[in-house]
Design a protein around this ligand. Structure first.
Ligand SMILES: [Zn+2]
Length: 315
């Protein structure tokens, strides 16, 4: 399985989990390789792909640092390396999506995507690489429909805003924290979970509903680990590493059973009093392992060209 990462993902001077943890996970794959995983550098996101989703004034601010308020609206101090960092990590989502369409499953060590809005950043997210990748592949005719599955602890309010005008994209969002909450749109459905005992059942319901809305040509999976009970930024008591391992198996099994190509991103997960760096890395490795297991299963993938987009009809 191809997994996308380059040192540019962690290039900004501002040190925070979102701007550093891709390197922690990549380093772990050097010291403790996962069999079958090949780490590759993606092409940087093009400005054409960015401009399809984000406001030109906001893109300019992130590139130049002016205005500073706008350039830092995601919550990071701006420096010139922020621009190449976000182009690399957002480009990684598109690279992983293209790779998944060929191989069945792929991923990128990108995070900081789903809260980004059209004209500003939010919640450690600068640009919304999930929507950028979906719209790039829809624009060039590579796919006709995309499922964005978001199991980060927090709500994907940026994604909901950015896809509201495009019924070819459907967004299933299971959250345990109401940060960036939104009202359901025709193509974004939010499930709120406040008891750990309901979590996996709710993920199952979200997948079942996606199954009724689809089929889709591609799944982009925002695989946040911040629902973990030890995570101080979104964690829910009772959501253990075992629960999250089960979740990852469910998601990739569900995709495999449908021959649905899937590309994952790391999304949330933050070190703190209840979550140290090596535990966080191991949580994210659960996603990589489950994806690699799905990708290496025989007969995973069938040509997406054979699929008929059914989202508009279903809605
Ligand atoms: Zn989150």
């Amino acid at each position: 399985m191809k997994l996308f990462y380059s040192p540019d993902y962690v290039g900004s001077a501002y040190g925070f989990d979102t701007t550093r943890k891709a390197a922690w996970v990549a380093d772990s794959l050097t010291s403790r390789p996962i069999s079958g995983v090949e780490v590759l550098a993606p092409a940087a996101q093009t400005t054409d792909d960015l401009a399809r989703v984000h406001d030109p004034g906001y893109i300019q601010a992130v590139r130049t640092g002016q205005s500073r308020d706008l350039a830092e609206s995601q919550g990071f101090d701006w420096d010139p390396a922020l621009w190449p960092m976000v182009l690399a990590s957002n480009g990684g989502v598109l690279a992983a999506a293209r790779s998944a369409l060929g191989d069945g499953a792929s991923g990128t060590l990108s995070s900081g995507l789903h809260h980004a809005k059209r004209d500003h950043g939010d919640g450690f997210c600068t640009f919304n690489g999930l929507v950028i990748a979906a719209k790039a592949l829809l624009a060039d005719g590579t796919v006709s429909s995309v499922l964005i599955l978001d199991l980060d602890a927090h709500c994907g309010g940026g994604t909901a805003q950015l896809i509201a005008d495009d019924q070819r994209i459907w967004h299933a969002d299971v959250s345990v924290s109401m940060f960036d909450q939104y009202s359901d749109h025709a193509n974004s459905v939010l499930w709120e979970v406040d008891r750990a005992g309901d979590y996996l059942r709710t993920v199952e319901q979200a997948l079942a509903q996606a199954g009724r809305i689809g089929p889709f040509d591609l799944c982009l999976y925002n695989a946040g680990m911040d629902p973990y009970e030890g995570c101080g930024v979104g964690g829910l008591d009772g959501i253990t590493a075992q629960v999250l391992a089960h979740r990852e198996q469910m998601v990739f099994d569900w995709c495999r059973q449908r021959s649905l190509p899937v590309a994952f991103t790391l999304a949330g997960g933050y070190i703190g009093a209840g979550l140290d760096q090596s535990t966080l890395v191991d949580l994210h490795r659960l996603t990589i392992r489950a994806a690699e297991g799905a990708e290496s299963s025989a007969g995973y993938w069938t040509a997406p060209a054979s699929r008929i987009p059914a989202i508009s009809a279903a809605l």
